[in-house]
Design a protein around this ligand. Sequence first.
Ligand SMILES: NC(=O)c1ccc[n+]([C@@H]2O[C@H](COP(=O)([O-])OP(=O)(O)OC[C@H]3O[C@@H](n4cnc5c(N)ncnc54)[C@H](O)[C@@H]3O)[C@@H](O)[C@H]2O)c1
Length: 271
Amino acid sequence: MVVVITGAARGIGAATARLLAGRGDRVAIADIDGDMAVTIADELGEHCQGYKLDVSDRLAFIDFVDQVETNLGPIDVMINNAGIAMASPQVTDQEIEVIEKSIDVNLKGVIWGTLVAVEKMRPRGHGAVINVASLAGVIGVPGLAVYSASKFGVVGFTEGIRAEQEDSGISFTVVMPGPVETDMMVGTRSAPLVRLVKPEVLAAAIVGAIETGKPRVAVPRSTGAYVRLMSILPPKFAIRMNRLMGLDRVSTEIDPAARSEYVERIKRTIS
Ligand SMILES: NC(=O)c1ccc[n+]([C@@H]2O[C@H](COP(=O)([O-])OP(=O)(O)OC[C@H]3O[C@@H](n4cnc5c(N)ncnc54)[C@H](O)[C@@H]3O)[C@@H](O)[C@H]2O)c1
């Protein structure tokens, strides 16, 4: 299979690319960090290629997929994984450029990737689109209001297009991870209920979704169940519950020194 995966120079994306390459899939690894994408692809073997791509650039996304089809063949799977999480105790203090980039990458990037994939896959009558959202796309998370908004958007968009394309032969999966042990979580505060999952666990769930075409995948399932319950409870009660569990402090009481490298890396991508 030919698989495109964005944001795959590190974290969940790199772990997924590794798993796919190990199965013999031809993998196009796209990342804003093009050098790192090429390094990972070289490590994984001749059937993998690394590309520089900013997913928020719609036209660049279209050119990139054309290039992949020329080099590796028609795409079977599109994994829209690239994302950024800029935490801020109060969203009212967040820089406008950071807010814009978060929506551009996390939501618009997923929309552009899905649209170009559907355009290629629909005439062939098969394919799989996997959109990586978050459990922060099911309940609003303090410290991550804009991130949550973008991930709610990814969930809504994926649900909508799945219904529109029901007879297309394309499966649409929304993956909703809880906290995962990647750079994105560095410097956040731990809480009793927050169990960091390894990126390899997510990789296995994503690859499983390619096979099953399952519409929604929450990892870990226990956190998924908790979050779904909170989403249907009266907001005042859910806020109190989350406070009791310490979940409200995970992204509001961050360690700026520990997180500075991640923040600087993201800020460099904002022009
Ligand atoms: N780590 C978590 O706790 C967690 C939880 C829920 C959801 N997620 C989601 O999982 C996905 C992967 O996150 P991760 O934890 O592996 O993070 P990560 O920071 O380790 O990796 C994200 C990758 O995306 C790339 N990227 C950033 N902006 C980009 C852009 N504009 N265009 C292309 N690539 C870009 C980065 O260079 C990086 O290689 C994200 O969508 C994230 O929101 C992560």
